[in-house]
Design a protein. Structure first.
Length: 367
């Protein structure tokens, strides 16, 4: 079987769905990944997949460039002749589904989250909904990752009821992110892992750390990530100033965060936008670490308040610092309970093997 995977970036496919690609190939499928050129192209090829570069820029709204993209996508589909097309992210979901409306090719769409696309002006939002309704009529399956998106799609009737399903994202490799008991150190270590975007909550994390540092000296703070060209990124000046204050220790992104997670006590993600199921939270919980996150988006599907961590309010460093202090003061017995609860929860709901199996069943049961 020939499987075409479409996404905004090769980076996202490699970092979040490389296990999918490997499993598809292992099951004797020929896989082509088409996306915007980036440094992960070579990594995708190493997995055994073929790659095709395509100018799919998520934030582009130039109508001529979008028509060119549609033309290029159509060309790839006609040349490759896939049996199945699996789309991730909004543009591939809409565009390839439109192109394949009258085709016998099976289309499986996965929406990690609408993100900020629905926070734009009313006309843009309306256009997204119209395009969804038109394009999704003849697809095989539509997977929504967050409950909020699932309910919105259902309410607005963007996808037929019998085709709409809820899925727990990409899951996490629970064998790779092995469980270990919480640390017994008298110092509590909080870590932030992710792009240094204001929306991701890096500024909240630093502000909360500054507040905590005034009263507690046996608390450490680590942030792994970096600035970027994204308009929501913190400035290089901010990062430089934070480094000078020496309250938070900053590290560049690393390919394997397991050692840092193992030596930490709690993952902190004070996000302020409705993202999908955050991978850093899943990795941390899988390894037996507690987490603190905001009451928004898919994060609340991973973290249950007072079960495997805590939920904090959005954009409030004072509330965040209070919750972090609350965790710092927890007994080892309570931390161990959070740790075990989290691991069991991940094993039951977010094991990537179970999620990949759903995709394979979906493909094979509709031959």
């Amino acid at each position: 079987m020939r499987i075409l995977i479409l996404s905004n970036t090769f980076w996202s496919v490699y970092n979040f769905r490389s296990s999918f690609v490997k499993e598809f190939i292992k099951n004797r499928n020929d896989v082509l990944v088409a996306s915007l050129k980036d440094n992960s192209v070579k990594n995708i090829k190493k997995l055994g997949a073929t790659t095709k570069e395509i100018n799919i820029i998520s934030k582009n709204t130039n109508p001529f460039k979008e028509l060119k993209l549609l033309f290029d996508l159509n060309k790839i589909i006609k040349k490759y002749k896939p049996d199945v097309v699996i789309n991730f992210t909004i543009k591939p979901i809409i565009y390839s589904s439109l192109l394949l409306r009258n085709s016998k090719i099976k289309v499986i769409n996965t929406l990690d989250g609408f993100g900020l696309s629905l926070s734009k002006n009313f006309l843009f939002k309306k256009m997204i909904f119209i395009l969804f309704k038109i394009s999704q009529k003849n697809i095989l399956t539509f997977y929504a990752v967050t409950k909020n998106d699932y309910n919105l799609i259902k309410e607005k009737k963007l996808v037929k009821k019998n085709k709409l399903k809820l899925i727990n994202g990409t899951g996490v490799n629970i064998q790779h992110y092995k469980y270990s008991k919480p640390n017994k150190s008298k110092t509590t270590t909080f870590i932030f892992v992710g792009r240094f975007l204001i929306l991701k909550g890096i500024k909240m994390f630093v502000k909360a750390a500054e507040l905590i540092n005034k009263e507690y000296k046996n608390v450490d703070f680590i942030a792994i990530g970096d600035c970027s060209n994204d308009k929501y990124s913190i400035s290089k000046k901010d990062l430089k100033d934070w480094k000078k204050s020496n309250i938070v220790k900053f590290y560049k992104p690393i390919s394997d965060v397991r050692k840092i997670i193992k030596n930490s006590d709690c993952i902190v993600l004070p996000t302020s936008y409705p993202e999908g199921l955050n991978r850093s939270l899943l990795e941390g919980i899988s390894m037996g670490r507690s987490a603190i996150t905001s009451k928004i988006g898919g994060s609340t599907q991973i973290i249950k308040n007072n079960f495997n961590g805590y939920i904090t309010s959005i954009k409030n460093e004072y509330d965040l610092s209070k919750i972090m202090i609350k965790f710092h003061k927890l007994s080892y017995k309570k931390r161990l309970k959070f740790s075990r609860n989290g691991r069991k929860f991940v094993e039951k709901n977010f094991d990537e093997k179970k999620i990949i199996k759903k995709y394979l069943e979906e493909i094979n049961n509709h031959d």
